[in-house]
Design a protein around this ligand. Structure first.
Ligand code: ZN
Ligand code: ZN
Ligand code: FE
Length: 754
């Protein structure tokens, strides 16, 4: 019989996702011999055998890949036959290859859900997993990824599991967290000082408690959740009280896709994101309402589908179509991961705590994403995304990037890969700062990372900057908005001069003022500020973010003088006259009123002006509610003017006040304001492009989480012929900034060496 040989080169998301065992099984199935191996460029296969089988093997590769894998390119070439005696998996030779194999956690797969109903030793087993699914990053302590280096080490495999684990033809071959009802971890319900370890009892009782309006703490994959009935207003507002979380929206888990479709508008792209293996929280437009205090003042709600076997088992018994599943923590602390803390802290604010005895090693929150212009936009990158690397076009070995302060992630460089940490949070919280330091230590160990150069924000007081200062290695201070743009460039593999549009709430500028409405021409090495919003005093400094009316006052006084208060008393009718007096004093005398060009503060001012949000209870509430209030399909926009490179919104404010006094609806004004901002971007970018000839435009910063702004800006720039780059897997908010810091530091180092 004649045999033929082929070499196959596959690129894409093919590492750390059970790809090689999959290739092995497929090759054996087709009676083929040869090898499969990983290296930092992808997966390489050599197969030889009967020609028809080789072709069949190649064509079924893309059709049958594991759920977490995706192929971007597959090329096959004729090869010399080498007379292999079998098919085998070649072990990774270098550490940098191993590193790419630290997989993020993967939601339980379909085959496992079926096994859960049919395999005798895994009937209703709530920790069922296989090489295609289950915990990964959350349980790994060290490399190589082997069971004894994970939090599964304490569980000894039973004979049945061991047989599957060592059988290369089994779907659980080398599935490190393999377990079953006989040998694996189990759940415990703690209620009123008593414990119950019977799963059926736990599920029935959990369903009962949730249905009757009780609040429960349930251990998830990357941390604890607090759960309750999302239709019972009393319960939801009670949860807000107990958790000390006034207004920030709660996320829900829905029973399944059909149920979700009943309550929410879901586009095909949103469906794909919702049902994909990462199972993020997806921000969706509400169709049928939940309890009012689920997402106050917003028209969207964050929804995810079940991703742990326990979730599926619970919904089988639960009469509710959805549960609130919000992070198990008190206000701004990191989510609780260990059982003792859960019993201490969450036990006090819930009617029952459901634990299990497999430890979570690496804390991960649920990730959050939305769809804009058909593209996935991650705004909190954690579970099932971290620690997947970002591939760079340059070397970043040894660079540590500290990130920002408020929604911190840090980033480390390993060769041509950037590894972004999971979402850390607000470093001003002491426990979060501890989590930051601990995660840095763990990343150093896991990825064999030794920092030799550190990148940080220019802000002199950021706690992340403080951390870097005590490292005793060379540092580079990087301007905040330059880092935003560089982050988006790195994510998109752009390495040229671009026009950067960086809109956000706050960032330290090179002139000592607060920046945030910035147009720059930049590359990785440097930037030139080309245009920005006019400076406006920010009375009370950072405190204004809690009081948008202060920013409104600052804008109005700046444009129309102090008389504005007497002229439009209705704008100040809810304001405490004493507080107003203090604010006016600060503005007039330039006391504790730093100057800002922030887009976020401009949105704050308008949100207050329209009476939508005058005081806030969480970060970015005013702009989010302004966006939600904007009436779709509203015609028109507002004028603005340039004084040199300075953009003044005075004409827009005149128009908005005029419309308000004429009784025009706030929803229409909000929509026209959004359109005005889009026009500002379009016109400013066009001016800069005329001057410089640059056609590449990069959009970054927290303001681009605003779906209206992002979608319209992209569409209009593209229709004007610009090449537009925006974020997808890396947050456009400060959670993405570390990647930009890393890229800038790497390119500056490279240039120094040349
Ligand atoms: Zn599975
Ligand atoms: Zn077992
Ligand atoms: Fe920012």
């Amino acid at each position: 019989m004649s045999i033929t040989a082929k070499k196959i080169e596959i690129k894409g998301l093919v590492q750390g996702v059970g790809f090689r065992p999959f290739v092995y099984r497929l090759a054996v199935e087709h009676g083929l011999k040869g090898t499969v191996e990983n290296n930092n460029r992808g997966v390489f296969i050599h197969v030889e055998g009967e020609p028809g089988q080789v072709e069949k093997f190649i064509s079924s590769l893309p059709e049958r890949i594991p759920q977490a894998a995706s192929i971007s390119t597959l090329h096959d070439f004729p090869a010399e036959t080498e007379q292999f005696s079998d098919f085998s998996i070649k072990k990774s030779e270098s550490l940098s290859d191993e590193i790419t194999e630290v997989s993020p956690d993967i939601g339980v797969c379909k085959a496992c859900l079926e096994d859960m109903k049919t395999q005798p030793h895994r009937i209703n087993y709530p920790f069922i997993n296989c090489t295609n699914c289950g915990p990964r990053f959350t349980i790994i302590k060290d490399l190589p990824y082997d069971r004894h280096q994970t939090t599964m080490a304490v569980f000894e495999m039973c004979d049945t599991c061991r047989k599957e684990y060592t059988d290369i033809l089994d779907r659980r071959f080398h599935a490190q967290p393999i377990a079953c009802n006989h040998c694996g971890p189990w759940y415990t319900l703690h209620e009123n000082g008593k414990t119950d370890e019977n799963l059926e009892n736990i599920l029935t009782r959990t369903a009962q408690l949730l249905e009757s309006g009780k609040i429960l703490a349930i251990k998830g994959l990357g941390g604890y959740h607090l759960a309750c009935n999302p239709f019972a207003e009393k319960t939801v507002s009670e949860l807000r009280l107990r958790k000390n979380r006034e207004g920030k929206p709660f996320a829900l888990m829905m029973k399944d896709l059909e149920t979700a479709q009943e309550y929410l508008h879901i586009s095909p792209e949103e469906e794909k994101l919702l049902t994909g293996w990462r199972k993020p929280i997806v921000l969706l437009k509400v169709k049928k309402p939940f309890a009012p205090s689920i997402s106050i003042g917003l028209n969207t709600v964050g929804v995810m589908l079940p991703y742990m076997p326990f979730h599926y088992l619970l919904f089988e018994r639960l009469k509710l179509p959805a549960v609130v599943l919000t992070s198990g923590n008190l206000s701004d602390e990191p989510i609780v991961i260990d059982n003792r803390t859960a019993l201490e802290k969450l036990g006090g604010i819930s009617e029952g705590v459901i634990t299990y005895n497999r430890d979570i090693h690496n804390r991960t929150d649920d990730s959050v994403a939305f769809i804009a212009n058909g593209k996935e936009r991650v705004i909190r990158r954690s579970r099932s995304y971290a620690p997947s690397p970002v591939h760079l076009t340059f070397d970043a070995e040894g660079i540590f990037a500290a990130g920002a302060e408020l929604v911190n992630c840090f980033c480390i460089g390993k060769g041509r890969q950037a590894i972004m940490s999971q979402h850390i949070g607000d470093l001003k919280n002491l426990e979060t700062l501890e989590f930051y330091k601990e995660s840095i230590r763990r990343h150093e160990r896991l990825f064999r990372f030794q920092p030799t150069l550190a990148a940080m924000d220019m802000h002199p007081d950021y706690l992340s900057t403080n951390y870097v200062r005590q490292l005793d290695i060379p540092t580079v201070a990087i301007q905040h908005h330059h880092a935003h743009i560089a982050s988006c460039m790195a994510e998109n593999g752009v390495d040229t001069k671009v026009i950067g549009v960086s809109f956000d709430g706050t960032g330290y500028g090179t002139d000592g003022n607060i920046w945030g409405g910035e147009f720059m021409v930049c590359d990785f090495l440097d930037f030139e500020r080309k245009a920005h919003f006019e400076y406006i005093p920010q009375p009370g400094g950072d405190a204004v973010t809690k009081h948008p009316w202060r920013m409104m006052t600052a804008y109005l006084v700046h444009y129309f003088g102090e008389n504005v208060v007497a002229e439009y008393p209705e704008l100040f009718k809810d304001t405490d006259p004493k507080e107003l007096e203090i604010v006016l004093f600060m503005i007039k005398n330039k006391i504790n009123a730093p100057l800002t060009s922030s887009a976020g503060r401009l949105f704050d001012a308008v949100s207050s002006l329209l009476g939508i949000c005058r005081d806030t209870t969480y970060h970015a509430e005013a702009p989010m509610r302004l966006e939600a209030a904007a009436t779709p399909d509203t015609e028109g926009s507002y004028p603005f003017e340039f004084t040199g490179d300075i953009i003044s919104m005075k004409p827009a404010f005149e128009a908005m006040i005029d419309e308000l006094t004429k009784g025009k609806r706030p929803g229409n004004i909000a929509a026209r304001f959004h359109q005005a901002i889009v026009s500002v971007i379009l016109e400013t970018v066009t001016r800069i492009s005329h001057e410089t000839g640059i056609r590449e435009v990069v959009l970054s910063g927290g303001t681009f989480q605003n779906r209206i702004i992002l979608e319209q800006t992209e569409q209009r720039l593209v229709s004007e012929g610009f090449h537009v780059y925006s974020h997808s897997h890396i947050p456009s908010n400060d959670g993405g900034i570390a990647l930009g810091q890393l890229a800038i530091a790497a390119k500056r180092r490279e240039k120094r060496k040349m």
